[in-house]
Design a binder for this molecule. Sequence first.
Ligand SMILES: Nc1ncnc2c1ncn2[C@@H]1O[C@H](COP(=O)(O)OP(=O)(O)OP(=O)(O)O)[C@@H](O)[C@H]1O
Length: 248
Amino acid sequence: MTADAPVLLAAREVSKSFGSLKAVDRVSLEVRRGEVFGLAGPNGAGKSTLFNLLTGIPIRPDSGEVVFDGREIQNRSPRLIAKAGLKRTFQTEAVFDSLSVMENLRVSSAYGGAGRAVRPDAARCREVLDVVELGGDPERPADGLSLIDRKRLMIACALVSRPSLLLLDEPAAGLDPADQDALIRLLGRIASSGVTMVIIEHVLSVLEALAGRMAVLDSGRIIATGVPAEVLSDPKVVEAYLGPGAAR
Ligand SMILES: Nc1ncnc2c1ncn2[C@@H]1O[C@H](COP(=O)(O)OP(=O)(O)OP(=O)(O)O)[C@@H](O)[C@H]1O
């Protein structure tokens, strides 16, 4: 990614309140094509709410604009946003347990395809299983998969319709260090294949390994943006995580 790559996703002064709580408060950010952009912040900072606003699931901003690939999307349906090439994963491994690995891919492909074939291409399904290194029988049920394999399947489901932008919500949650390393390698390969990514993550080593730039949210506001090494040593960020006075 070069610094002059075109902006693929822009949030402009996006806000969302729940009652008197400003969950996302005038957030602006830009993600360039080919970039891996990290998003961190303490619990309740507004990260998942921001993802929901970017993808229309299940809420809309109170104010502000979201522009994806040159078009405003803040009032589009989640389905149209997915079809436009913006796919996401969720904090919990959202796979259909009663369906097979392959059936999960077929369902996802039908939902998020680019408006062409609803029936997915079996070769494409096998290709994404290779990308995420999910081996074994693709007709086996998803409910027997280990945590890292459920994450592989969830990411494969997001990739099957060839998105240009992938939003990942805490992909490393619950993984042991060896599986975190496997996930970092996997996401690095996906990024190298040209998929732009925004990653919410509490496991900061994942962002240090993958993100060219990152932002930190606290109480709904962005408090720092830049390269991970600088952002994570910013006194405002240290205090947001550890409390007042921690950075002294
Ligand atoms: N639908 C909702 N109704 C009311 N409050 C909500 C709703 N969704 C989120 N919130 C509140 O908005 C704030 C931001 O929540 P959000 O889940 O976006 O934080 P987060 O940064 O993703 O946290 P975590 O790291 O724990 O997942 C929290 O105080 C949360 O309780």
